[in-house]
Design a protein around this ligand. Sequence first.
Ligand code: NAD
Length: 473
Amino acid sequence: MPEQLISINPANGKEVARVAVTTIDELNAAVDRAWQAFYTSGWREMLPHKRARVLYLIADAIEKEKDSLARLQMQDNGKPLGECRGMVDSAIGTFRYYAGVCETLESSVTPSRSDYLSFTVLEPFGVVAAITPWNSPIMNDATKVAPALAAGNAVLLKPSEDSPLLAPELARIAREAGLPEHLLQVVQGRGADIGAALVAHPGVRMVSFTGGTVSGRAIGRAAGEKLIPAALELGGKSPHIVFADADRDPAVAAVVAGIFGSAGQSCVAGSRLFIEAAIYDDVLNQVVERARTIKLGMPDEAGVEMGPLASFHHRDRVMAFVDRARTEGGRILCGGAVPSESAFDKGAFYLPTVIDGLDFESATCQEEAFGPVLVALPFKDEADLIRQANGTAFGLACGIWTESFKRAWRMGRALEAGSVWINTYKQSVTSTPFGGFKNSGVGREKGIDGLKLYAQVKSMYVGLHDQPMAIAK
Ligand code: NAD
C-alpha cells in the first residue's frame, strides 16, 4: 500500500480525502515527462497570443467550478467559505492577468554600439518546481503556475502535505481546458522528503517557493548548490502602526481584520500592533473589545468571521506560542485559549488573542505565530517606532495609520517591508509586485515582472557589417 496523505477537515476532525505520496521513482518519471512535454508539446514555441488563449480557457474553466473548488478548499484547510471563494477568484484573475501579460510582453532592442542589431528575447527555464504552503492553496498555486506556464515552462507543483487537494484539481482543469499533457503535474508529500528531492532533482532548473523562513533557507541553499534560481516568498511579523492623529475607527477595524482575518494564517498578518503612547490604552481597549466579539464558527456558517486553524497540529503550535508568551511575562488581554463552547470541541479552533507587556525583542514579538495572535507595543515617537518596527529579521509588509501625508511618506520609506499600506491594510493584487525584505524573501512575484521570474534573458546580435571581421581591432 503506497504511503498516503490524509486531508482532515479542521472544523470537525473528519477525514476529507486521501492522496498517495509521490515516490522518488514517480518523481523521476514526472520530471522526464515534463521535459518531454516541454520539448515536444509545442507549448514553448506557441505564439504568445495562442498560449494566452489556453490560459484564458483555464481561467474560464476554474470559474465554472468555482463553488466546488471553494468548498474543497474550505474542507481542506478550514477557511471561511467566503474567503475560499475569494481565493478561487484570485486564481481566476491571475490566469487572466498572465494571459494578458503573455500576449503583450515585449522585450527590448538594445542600443547598438557597432554594426550589428542587438536585442533580447525571453526563454523559459524548461522544468520549474512550484512549492506552496497550506494557507491559501489555489491562490498561491495560481500565482506560480500561471506565470510559469505563460513563460513557456513545464511545471511540477508541490502543494503542502497539509492541504493536498486543490493542486490535483488545478492540474485536471488545466488539462481539460487545453493545456498539453504533462505540462502541469503534481507532486505530493512532505517537504523534507519529496519536496527536498524535487528541488535537488537535476532536471529541475528553477524553483519558486512560498512558505516558512526555515524551509526557504533550506531550499535557497539547495538551489545555490545546484546554481539554479530560487524565488522565495517567506514569513513575516508585520507591524501595523497607529499614530495619534489616525482616523481611529477605520484604523481599529483594519488592525482587527489585519490579524484575525484567515485566523491570522496569512504571511502579511499585521501581528505586531504599534500604538503611539498617548493613545495606547484607548486604542488597545478598542481592539480587545472588537476581538472579543469576533464571530467564531463553522467555515460555511453565514456571517462567520473566523473559522478553525488549518490543522490540529498547527493549533497546538499556536497554543504553545501563547504559553511561551505567558512565561515571557506577556499579559493575555483576551483569548489565549481554545473556545469553551461544546460546538467547537471537535475542531482546531483557537480564540482571537491579544497580548501586551512584552519587549519588542522578546521571542513573542520576534517570531511568527501564523495564528490569531496579536502583540501590542507602545512607541514614543517616530525614531522609537522605526527602531522597534525594523528590529526584526522579517520585512514582508506594514500598515501605517495617520492623517499626515508627510509622516506616512517618511515612515513608509523608512520601514523595511516589501509592501506598505497607508490607511488601509492587506491589499494585494496580481498586477502589483509582492515579496519581502530581509528574511521575508528573495524576489518579487506578481505584476509583469512576475512572468520574468520564470524566464531567462537571451541576448541576440545580428551582424550588419559589410567588411569581414578583423582578428584584432
Ligand atoms: P512550510 O515552509 O512548512 O512549507 C511550505 C511548503 O514547502 C510545503 O509544501 C512544504 O511541504 C514544503 N517544504 C518544506 N520544507 C521543504 C524543503 N526543505 N524542500 C522543499 N520543500 C519543502 O510552510 P507552511 O507551514 O506550509 O506555511 C506557513 C508559512 O508560509 C508561514 O511562514 C507563512 O508566513 C509563509 N507564507 C508566506 C507567503 C508569502 O507570500 N510570503 C504566503 C503564504 C505563506
